[in-house]
Design a binder for this molecule. Structure first.
Ligand code: 6PG
Length: 472
């Protein structure tokens, strides 16, 4: 009897890999998963919906021989060396025309290197961002593929079937050349860091500044999630304040060490922003605050030197919560604006042809940064020339309406010793970006003074240098 052949293969059966494969099977595709650990392959098979075609195998050879050709397979393994190791193991087993997808959070420069290495030997390689966590993978993630368009067209029906849907539109689309898929996912994560930082600042100001209980915080975030800013991150934040610790009966959030981890994608976004260069200070502030949070011992020492008390903010609670909502709205808009403007510039500078309006569509459902706000951005990006959301008339109106709130929140935070790096960075960006003239003329004068670096004039074209008076 001829051996059964499968539509799609997955390498790496962690929760994400297994769930995505089960999702594909639920949509009528026959799938095969490979993992060296037999517990994982057995668990994959036993979790499959009845009547679906799901198989687990423990050698790559078994998987490759049972895939329909041209083979379509995805790796979901940790970024870095594991991806190269899998590719090296696959090379002798595959045939020209086979499609390999890296669905992990790989650095985009690694993806660029892998694309050209594999193209030379006849394989299609695609870097693809997937967002939505474990549940998203099972029920419908946001999918960010890029690179080989021919390979994308081959797998598009499957990706569309398994992705999240918003108004019946699949949250997947071809997002540009080369490593565009991983670049877009990296920036997605930078925005994710920024919004998470802003939410933690709201928590700090309400919890410590207004001495609100976790029950009250649960309710505030729940209310916020029913308004214009409805989003996944606000929704889970509301749930977090409702969760009790099994061990102590306290709120679980109160028992968690204040040291934020990071797998690197936020840092990569900041680094890539500096390389372009493109200013993304709200994202940078979020990366910096995670790093600062790890300096636990130093923070204890500094605390004993400065003896800083967390001051109660003396303001009407209702009024403050309204201000905070508007400040969060303002700063969240700025976070998206910075990330999307970075993509617009990267698209051109790195020749990736990223369709930014399509990115906005893909982010509307399934991913960690999904939010009702993205619908407004979709309208703004109907203008294909839009360089930055801040330059859209409707977004400008919104920011102007909420400008006072963020000014007030930032001032209150500063006056009462609260770090509000995300809010402050967002307001600074807004204040600098909308300035016709900045004081950078002085920096140019200083550079020319000590280094003869030259400057341009406001009244005539050309490059100028002045013999400035020497310092005595
Ligand atoms: C997603 C998430 C996902 C992962 C982050 C966490 O879109 O589903 O972004 O990719 O949870 O990598 O990143 P940190 O560990 O750096 O916070």
């Amino acid at each position: 009897m001829e051996e059964k052949k499968y539509d799609f293969g997955m390498i790496g059966l962690g929760v994400m890999g297994s769930n995505l494969l089960l999702n594909m099977a639920d949509h009528g595709f026959s799938v095969i998963g490979y993992d060296t650990n037999p517990v994982k392959t057995k668990s994959l098979e036993s979790s499959a919906t009845e009547g679906t075609s799901v198989k687990g195998v423990n050698t790559l050879e078994q998987m490759i021989s049972q895939l329909k050709t041209p083979r379509k397979l995805m790796m979901l393994v940790p970024a870095g060396n594991p991806v190269d190791n899998v590719i090296n193991d696959l090379k002798p087993l595959l045939q020209k025309g086979d499609i390999i997808i890296d669905g992990g959070n790989s650095h985009y420069t690694d993806t660029l290197r892998r694309i050209s290495e594999l193209k030379n030997i006849g394989f299609h390689f695609m870097g693809m961002g997937i967002s939505g966590g474990e549940e998203g993978a099972r029920k419908g993630p946001s999918i960010m593929p890029g690179g080989d368009e021919e390979a994308y067209n081959e797998v598009a029906p499957l990706l569309k079937a398994v992705s999240a849907k918003v108004n019946d539109q699949p949250c997947v689309g071809y997002l540009g050349k080369d490593a565009a898929g991983h670049y877009v996912k990296m920036v997605h994560n930078g925005i994710e860091y920024s919004i998470m930082q802003l939410l933690s600042e709201c928590y700090d100001l309400m919890h410590n500044g207004l001495q609100m209980s976790n029950e009250e915080l649960h309710q505030v975030f729940k209310d916020w999630d029913s308004g214009e800013m409805k989003s996944f991150l606000i929704e889970i934040t509301a749930s977090i304040f409702d969760k009790k610790d099994d061990k102590t009966g306290n709120s679980l959030v109160d028992m968690i060490l204040d040291k934020a981890g990071a797998k690197g994608t936020g840092k990569w976004t900041s680094q890539a922003g500096l390389d372009l260069p493109m200013p993304i200070p709200a994202i940078d502030a979020a990366v910096m605050m995670r790093n600062l949070s790890s300096l636990i011992e130093e923070r204890q020492e500094a605390h004993s030197i400065y003896n800083t008390s967390l001051q109660k903010i003396d303001i009407n609670k209702k009024e403050f919560i309204k201000l905070l909502y508007d400040a969060l709205y303002f700063a969240t808009l700025i976070s998206y604006a910075q990330g999307l403007a970075m993509l617009t510039t990267a698209s051109f500078e790195l020749k990736m042809d990223i369709p930014v309006p399509e990115v906005v569509s893909v982010w509307r459902g399934g991913c960690i940064i999904r939010s009702a706000l993205l619908d407004q951005f979709k309208d703004a990006y109907k203008n294909p020339e839009l360089k930055n959301l801040l330059l859209d008339g409707n977004i400008a109106k919104l920011l102007q309406q909420k400008e006072h709130a963020i000014q007030k929140i930032v001032s209150l935070a500063a006056l009462h010793n609260y770090p509000a790096a995300g809010f402050m960075a967002s307001l600074n960006y807004f204040n600098a970006y909308r300035r016709k003239l900045l004081p950078t003329n002085l920096i140019q004068a200083q550079r020319d003074f000590f280094g003869a670096h030259t400057y341009q004039r406001i009244d005539e074209p050309g490059i100028f240098h002045t013999e400035w008076e020497q310092v005595s």
